[in-house]
Write a protein that binds this ligand. Structure first.
Ligand SMILES: *Cc1c(COP(=O)(O)O)cnc(C)c1O
Length: 388
């Protein structure tokens, strides 16, 4: 037997599930109400209270479902155009296609990799109805500029906040701004997990109501309301051909306990980001942008960018990290280079040069609350060993 101990693999992402989540799920299983019910309602109330500003929260089966519902609720239809960024996951844009609308991509700012507000107006045409900003990695977009443009040009704003809980812009939590709706993801790798799940948050009562109806077959009353209403328990009305997008109480049980820990999780990720920044400051890399003083970054992702003078290519870097037992990823391969988006809309890589060029040198490092200090040190050592 050799003396050298092979280190265990450090995964790129890992959920932080404690005994509290396990107990809450077991409680749900014992209670016997498995689908959307009292725990989902409680999760919605507590999430809404956490965001503040009097928002309503509608729990759904995924952020993709939530984005679809929000676009439907603001009236996006066949032939409409929706502005968004190519530097995102395909879900952001695919939901426009569900409604017969199409995305019009706008390039990103090189620092934050978020939609560049200075390029938005040039992309607005007679069929443009909405903007979907994406808070990339957990840093807020320039929402002040985006909301100003939207107000002036009469556009709806649906925030893709899949990475952005908790994130603030100008001191206010994402979800509490003047957008029409904001959509969070609780997918297994995100900053709050329910396995699969999402939340639509809005201050607009009509949007909230439409999302509630359409998440459950277009039925105007949810099953758990029927138990506590003056109406006969069996009566309901179908008012539209809705979807099956509700959350389950099993998922909500996990979410309820995760919500209590979310600030601690965020602090730990911010600590890891600070350690990385310090560890890499003298390397041929571009560090992730940081928000203005006092604003919160959710740090869902830590996207490092290799500079042209780095001693090895991004692809070789990823391969070497893998050999060292450290998981990494790339966020994102821009949508306009994927075959579907490229061919359906005749897009070329150079159409969005910032998104295209930046993704070629981007690599996401592990950043999650369950990483021990030794794990963080190991990543820093590995990166320095390859790039110093
Ligand atoms: C994960 C993600 C989504 C989709 O979230 P789901 O809950 O998996 O549907 C949407 N947009 C972005 C930017 C994402 O990263």
């Amino acid at each position: 037997m050799g003396v050298a101990q092979k280190q265990t693999y450090l995964p790129f992402a890992r959920p932080d599930i404690g005994q509290e989540e396990i107990d809450e799920v077991v409680d749900t299983l014992r209670a016997g109400w498995l689908t959307m019910g009292p725990k989902t309602a409680k999760f919605e109330q507590e999430f809404a209270a956490c965001v503040g500003a009097g928002v309503s929260a509608i729990a759904v089966s995924s952020a993709t479902a939530g984005l679809h519902l929000a676009l439907e609720a603001v009236g996006i239809r066949d032939g409409d155009e929706v502005l968004t960024t190519p530097y995102t996951f395909t879900a952001t844009a695919e939901v426009t296609r569900y409604l017969g609308a199409r995305p019009v991509f706008v390039d990103v700012e090189p620092q934050t990799l978020c939609i560049d507000p200075r390029r938005i107006e040039a992309a607005i045409g007679p069929r443009t109805r909405a903007i979907i900003p994406v808070h990339l990695g957990g840093i807020a977009c320039d929402m002040t500029s985006i909301l100003q443009i939207a107000r002036r040009r009469n556009l709806r704003v649906i925030e893709d906040a899949a990475h952005a809980f908790p994130t603030t812009h100008a001191g206010r939590l994402i979800g509490s701004l003047e957008s029409d709706a904001t959509v969070f993801s609780f997918y297994a790798t995100k900053t709050l997990v329910t396995g699969e799940g999402g939340m639509v948050v809005t201050r607009d009562a009509a949007i909230a109501r439409r999302c509630r109806t359409m998440r459950l077959h277009g039925i105007d009353r949810a099953p758990f309301d029927r138990t506590s209403s003056a109406e006969p328990h069996w009566r309901y009305e179908v008012i539209a051909p809705g979807f099956k997008y509700n959350m389950t109480d099993i998922a909500a049980a996990i979410g309820l306990q995760q919500l209590k820990k979310v600030r601690r999780f965020q602090q730990r990720r911010a600590e890891i980001a600070a350690a990385y920044d310090h560890g890499f400051h003298d390397l041929p890399v571009t560090l992730p942008a940081v928000p203005p003083m006092g604003d919160l970054h959710a740090w869902h992702l830590y996207v490092l960018r290799l500079n042209p003078d780095a001693p090895l290519s991004r692809d070789a870097f990823i391969e070497r990290m893998e050999q060292l037992g450290i998981g990494t990823s790339v966020h994102f391969i821009p949508l306009h280079v994927h075959p579907y988006w490229r061919d359906a809309f005749g897009l070329r890589p150079e159409d969005f040069p910032v998104a295209y060029q930046e993704h070629l040198r981007a690599v996401s490092l592990p950043i999650y609350s369950r990483m021990a200090d030794a794990d963080v040190a190991r990543v820093i050592d590995a990166v320095r060993g390859l790039l110093a």
